[in-house]
Structures are given as structure tokens and as C-alpha cells.
Design a protein. Structure first.
Length: 255
């Protein structure tokens, strides 16, 4: 996505390999009654999600350059404001409160969803609170090597992939998957192995099953994020009469 007025560090396209790893969720949704799977990504960047998912065989993808928050609000009185979909799949902006807002929306929808988020979201107070209150069943897909995000317009510190694209490898990210039941998880596990994703990533049905290096990083990553947040609040409180400034917590992205 590129929300209007969003910071440039939020403009990242999700790499194809990350979508391959989470495609097990999409495969698990396809049944005789649901052959025309509709995927909804509320955040628009450069439209790369349609191309990438299309290459994987999922061609019914809704990803438009609209303000999803306005659409969600309008959907209360106008159902057509948000498309009818089967799965919400996104890599939201990581700045401000975008992650929190889309997690709330996804859980409230009651539909299956997957989001590529910083691993430290697992330990953020608001996330623990909402998942406990909603009793949301969560599973995760964690890559053995960090994902490198595609930078549409290279204006930051990046490297170059073998395909010549500018890429950015910010922090440890994993797929958070919710809105699934036991039967769906079993179908996901079968699809995960069938596609060979288990050679690149781990499908964890509990947090304790996440790769050890992810678990070891969690306390450090959360402390780093909190430190940045505290420093930001300190700077804001020292500017009398100034408007609050939002600083990006490294990377944001979506496809």
C-alpha cells in the first residue's frame, strides 16, 4: 500500500518467496464450493500483489489504490465499500498504528487472514490483549532466512537482488495467520509440505514452535521498538505546542 501521506519506508512490495510460503492458507480455502477464491489486500503499494499472486495461480485479487480506513468505515452503511472476499492477506505499513488497526479489523471480520508483520508484534501489549479477548486461534509461518522486500522506487539504503530489483531487508518478519480452525490448519500443513515450503520456512501452530532464532530475538526486538517509542515521546514532549510526529519502526510494506 501507499497510504496517502504515508512515509516512504512504508512503500515496500512483498517478495514472491514470502507469498509462496503463505500460499498454504490460500490452498486450504479452495473447496468445491469455493473454487473462485477472492483475496483482499487493503493496502496498495504499486499493485505488485496482483502480479505475484497471479503467478502463483491466484488471479482473483482485490487490491486498489483507495484509503481502506475510509472504506471500512463506510461499509457500515454501504456494504459495497469493501469487496466480498474469502481471505484477507496483506503486508501493512509498519509505521504509526496501522498494524493494530488492520489486526482489529481482521479479527472482527471473522474471516481467515494472514499478515506479514515484525515478529515482535507477538509481545506487544495490545496484540496479546486482543488475541486473548477474542480467543483468536493463531498459527505462524516463519522463514529460516529473513525476507527481503522489494523497493518500488529506490530512495533508501538498499541492495540489489539477482533479478536487478532494489531490495530492503529490515527486521525479522513472520506471517501471522488467524481465523482458522483445526480442519483448516490440517489442510494448510498438507499444502505447506506439498509445495515444498517446509524447506524454506516453518509452519508453527504455537509460538513455542517458532524457529529458535526468532524466539531468541523477541525480547531484544521488542525492547528496541519500545526504546524508539520512548525516545520519540521524549522529543515530542520537549517541543511545546508542536504536533505529534510519527516515526517509522523500520520497514513497512505491503504488496
Amino acid at each position: 500500500m501507499a497510504l496517502r501521506g504515508s512515509v516512504s519506508a512504508d512503500d515496500r512490495e512483498t517478495p514472491l518467496c514470502a507469498l509462496e510460503d503463505v500460499s498454504c492458507l490460500l490452498d486450504a480455502q479452495i473447496t468445491d464450493k469455493n473454487e473462485d477464491l477472492v483475496v483482499y489486500d487493503p493496502y496498495y503499494c504499486k499493485g505488485g500483489i496482483k502480479i505475484a499472486l497471479g503467478a502463483l495461480g491466484y488471479r482473483n485479487v482485490h487490491n486498489e489504490d483507495v484509503d481502506c480506513y475510509t472504506a471500512w468505515k463506510a461499509s457500515a452503511g454501504s456494504p459495497g465499500a469493501v469487496p466480498k472476499y474469502h481471505v484477507l492477506l496483506t503486508n501493512p505499513p509498519y509505521s504509526a498504528d496501522h498494524i493494530r488497526r488492520v489486526v482489529h479489523y481482521a479479527i472482527k471480520s471473522g474471516k481467515p487472514w494472514a499478515m506479514l508483520l515484525p515478529s515482535n508484534v507477538l509481545q506487544r501489549d495490545w496484540f496479546v490483549s486482543i488475541t486473548e479477548k477474542s480467543k483468536c486461534k493463531m498459527v505462524f509461518v516463519a522463514p529460516f532466512s529473513r525476507y527481503s522486500f522489494v523497493v518500488p522506487d529506490s530512495n533508501t539504503s538498499t541492495s540489489t537482488s539477482t533479478s536487478g530489483e532494489s531490495t530492503h531487508t529490515p527486521l525479522a518478519t513472520i506471517w501471522f495467520i488467524g481465523g482458522v480452525d483445526k480442519g483448516m490448519v490440517k489442510r494448510m500443513q498438507a499444502a505447506f509440505e506439498r509445495r515444498g515450503s517446509n524447506t524454506r520456512a516453518r509452519l508453527a501452530t504455537t509460538q513455542s514452535e517458532l524457529p529458535r532464532k526468532i524466539l531468541k530475538l523477541l525480547p531484544y526486538a521488542l525492547g528496541r521498538a519500545n526504546k524508539k517509542k520512548g525516545a520519540l515521546k521524549g522529543r515530542q514532549s520537549g517541543k511545546r505546542g508542536s504536533k505529534p510526529q510519527i516515526k517509522t519502526i523500520e520497514k513497512g510494506s505491503r504488496v
